[in-house]
Design a protein around this ligand. Structure first.
Ligand code: AMP
Ligand code: MG
Length: 385
């Protein structure tokens, strides 16, 4: 309905314009001055050839003079006032909504308590958050905007010699929502600033190397937000539960992982570690959906049932991970994930806080801006003929 109304309206406008002899511009061309002028030149050229004398038109096109292209006079960007300059360089405003319902800061509310037993954790809970689902969703969106602005600054820093990066490590059993975090949280920022890696069963080549080899090869470049969908922690989780390495070796790995992470932090990477925790009942429902819906079969693997049956062993392996690898420099965040809106809000908060803590500005130009501006202005009337 709305579409046909719009079409009718456009038809009427076209008609009126025809009558008055005015050229009707489409919205698209009007929005792009460069395109508009090129189109105009093109239509002018078409007109010329139409009205050209027959003998001229018959000449081989090789000798025909190409139409002269003239650049349209540019609209000069005015110099910024002192206030505008200050605004452009100001820090990204911190997200605040009228109703901000974190009663305890997320990093604190989600920290694993010493001796945490996963069986005692309520995956339906929303620790630290007392708002509604709608408020959480609105805040997540607002955080997305802040994240996006901060990420652009981090990216700019990386492009101008900076070495810092952020790495989000996502762990959680099948269906805990790791993929949803990638889509809904990281999906709010420019994809060119994100580097995503998923870690599955090691390939033959990966198996021939140290377990950290594939991890080192996947670290985010400077200026990026890296995301690990599963990580080196699988090497003390599934590997422990399935006894894919001997106990001594696994025991050695916790310290090795801590040292590895300390090394990354030293080199400029902020690590945000998140474990998404769902309940067995919730996983049953999510796996069931994957089986009853033909469009979800691709997400299911028979191995998921095998893993599910080892729930208590995984819970224990996770508890050990929290106990042994939650360091001051790279603490774990245990996020109840039965409510997807909460886990997405929580991860957004943690990621945005990590970016805020970098105190990001805009890189200072390493060239003479005034001289470059002068040189550009000298070429303002550049003609293409
Ligand atoms: P998904 O993330 O659903 O694609 O599944 C990946 C599978 O690879 C999970 O079952 C993981 O436990 C498994 N996996 C990941 N890393 C390792 C590892 N280092 N050793 C063995 N299995 C792994
Ligand atoms: Mg899976």
């Amino acid at each position: 309905m709305a579409g046909s109304k719009k079409a009718a309206k456009k038809k009427a406008t076209d008609k009126a314009a025809k009558k008055s002899g005015k050229k009707v511009e489409t919205k698209k061309s009007a929005a792009k001055p460069g395109v508009k002028s090129a189109q105009k030149v093109e239509s002018k050229a078409a007109k010329t050839s139409k009205t050209a004398k027959p003998e001229k038109a018959a000449k081989p096109s090789k000798t025909a003079k190409p139409p002269k292209l003239k650049a349209t006079k540019p609209t000069l960007a005015p110099a910024l006032t002192a206030e505008e300059t200050a605004a452009a360089l100001a820090p990204v405003p911190t997200t605040t909504l009228a109703a901000t319902e974190w009663v305890t800061q997320p990093a604190q509310a989600l920290a694993p308590t010493p001796g945490l037993r996963l069986a005692e954790l309520d995956p339906e809970a929303t620790p630290g958050w007392e708002g509604t689902r709608e408020e959480a969703e609105a805040r997540t969106l607002a955080l997305g905007e802040e994240m996006s602005q901060l990420q652009e600054r981090l990216f700019a820093e990386g492009r101008t010699g900076g070495t810092r990066s952020v790495l989000l490590v996502l762990q959680g059993l099948d269906t805990s929502g790791k993929g949803g975090i990638v889509r809904h949280v990281l999906g709010m920022v420019d994809p060119q600033g994100v580097s995503l890696r998923s870690f599955g069963v090691p390939t033959e080549e990966e198996r021939s190397h140290h377990y950290l080899w594939r991890i080192r090869n996947s670290l985010p470049a400077a200026g990026r937000i890296g995301v690990f969908d599963r990580s080196h922690y699988e090497d003390v989780l599934v590997v422990k539960v399935e006894q894919l390495a001997d106990e001594e070796e696994i025991e050695r790995r916790y310290e090795e992982i801590n040292a590895f992470e300390a090394e990354l932090i030293e080199a400029g990477t902020t690590i945000v570690k998140v474990a998404l925790v769902i309940s067995p009942d919730e996983q049953y429902e999510r796996l069931r959906e994957r089986l009853v819906r033909p469009d979800k079969h691709w997400k299911f693997s028979l191995g998921d049932l095998h893993t599910r049956e080892r729930w208590p062993a995984y819970a224990q392996a996770y508890e050990t991970v929290f106990e042994r690898t939650s360091t001051e420099a790279a603490p774990w965040h245990v996020v109840p994930a039965n409510r997807k809106w909460f886990s997405r809000l929580a991860v957004s908060e943690l990621l945005v806080q990590a970016l805020r803590d970098l105190d990001l500005g805009w890189p200072v130009a390493d060239f003479d801006v005034a001289a470059a501006l002068e040189a550009l202005d000298a070429s303002a009337s550049l003609s293409l003929d």
